[in-house]
Structure formats: structure tokens, C-alpha cells
Design a protein around this ligand. Sequence first.
Ligand SMILES: Nc1ncnc2c1ncn2[C@@H]1O[C@H](COP(=O)(O)OP(=O)(O)O)[C@@H](O)[C@H]1O
Ligand SMILES: O=C(O)C1=C[C@@H](OP(=O)(O)O)[C@@H](O)[C@H](O)C1
Ligand SMILES: [Mg+2]
Length: 172
Amino acid sequence: MRKIVLLGYMGCGKSTIANKLSKIIEIPFVDLDKKIEEKINLSINAIFEKYGEIYFRKLEHEVFVELLNSPDNLIIGLGGGTPCYANNHELLKSDNVTSVYLKASIETLFNRLNHNKSKRPLIADKSEDEMKEFIAKHLFDRSFYYNQAQHKVIVDDKTIEETVMDIVEILA
Ligand SMILES: Nc1ncnc2c1ncn2[C@@H]1O[C@H](COP(=O)(O)OP(=O)(O)O)[C@@H](O)[C@H]1O
Ligand SMILES: O=C(O)C1=C[C@@H](OP(=O)(O)O)[C@@H](O)[C@H](O)C1
Ligand SMILES: [Mg+2]
């Protein structure tokens, strides 16, 4: 069954956009981070704290594979790092997957993440100056994986509704 996969850096809007898209095209949305939290009954922060990032990446891969193999049509909102580990980017090439990279500039990401970092362990402790540098370098490192997506939508200066409509057009 069809899987619509949204990917991109933390704060690009995967969870927000997928939620809204789901209501419009009437396909259920599953947030990979939420699914991981439910499976192990711990928050993303607690998983990083108790077991470390490597364990999180292992869980993330397992849950992503489970979702891709589910018999339902689904919109899947990935975590920002999902395509960059465990060869998950190769899974985006499956026949039943439509992948969309929500591409945001460093400035957009910084502005959104600056007020929204406490639940994101990779940036939670960073100062404003550290954040800007971190996002710039990290986005550069990850872009290779994000660019494996079949489609790209620029999200800068767009409302949630505008980005959703861009995706609806891609899917039409
Ligand atoms: N135009 C927009 N599109 C998407 N998100 C936006 C927009 N403007 C502000 N935001 C905010 O940016 C944040 C995006 O976070 P989220 O959807 O969790 O991203 P991700 O899942 O990619 O990390 C949310 O707090 C959302 O309300
Ligand atoms: O970029 C990353 O490596 C991560 C992104 C997060 O998801 P969001 O992109 O939804 O914030 C979450 O999976 C975890 O904190 C790690
Ligand atoms: Mg998210």
C-alpha cells in the first residue's frame, strides 16, 4: 500500500505539515518519533538520555521498516535524522513510497528551532550562537540524504496551508 514519506531537517515542519495533509487527503498520519515513544514508552529525550543515540537509531530503523511494511496507506513523518542512518535512505526508493523533502533555509530552521528545542536532544543545550553554527554544518552533512527524496518542496516563507497544497499537487 502507498506510503507518503515527509523528510527534512528538525523544524522544517514534517509533523505539522503531515498532520494537516492527512486531514485533506484523508490518509492516516503516523509520526515516526511518536511511534517510537509509544513502542518503548519513553520520550525521545529519555531514550537519548538512558540508552544513547545509537540505540535510538536502531529503534528508529526498526519502527520505520514496520511502518513501511504495514498493509495501510499512510503518511509517515520521519525524524530529521531518519534518512541519514541505517541505510534508511535506500528504503525511500521502494516502489510504493512517495518521498518529499521539506527544504528549509538555515534561517527558517534557526527561527523555528530557537523556541522549540527542549524536546530535541541534539540541540536542547545549545546557545543561540552554537545553534546557528550547528544547524549550518549539520544541514550540510545531511543534505546528501535529504536530496535522495523523489520530490522537494521549499518551505521558506510559506504558510502551513501553502506547503500542504504544494504536496497535494505533487501527489495528484
Ligand atoms: N509555515 C510553517 N510550516 C510549518 N511549520 C511552521 C510554519 N510556521 C511555523 N511553524 C512551526 O514550526 C515548527 C515545526 O515543527 P515540527 O512540525 O515539529 O517540525 P519537524 O517535525 O520537521 O521537526 C512548529 O512549531 C510549527 O508550528
Ligand atoms: O534530526 C534528528 O536527528 C532528530 C530529529 C527529531 O525529529 P524532528 O525532526 O521531528 O524534530 C528526533 O527524531 C530526534 O530528536 C533526532
Ligand atoms: Mg517531527
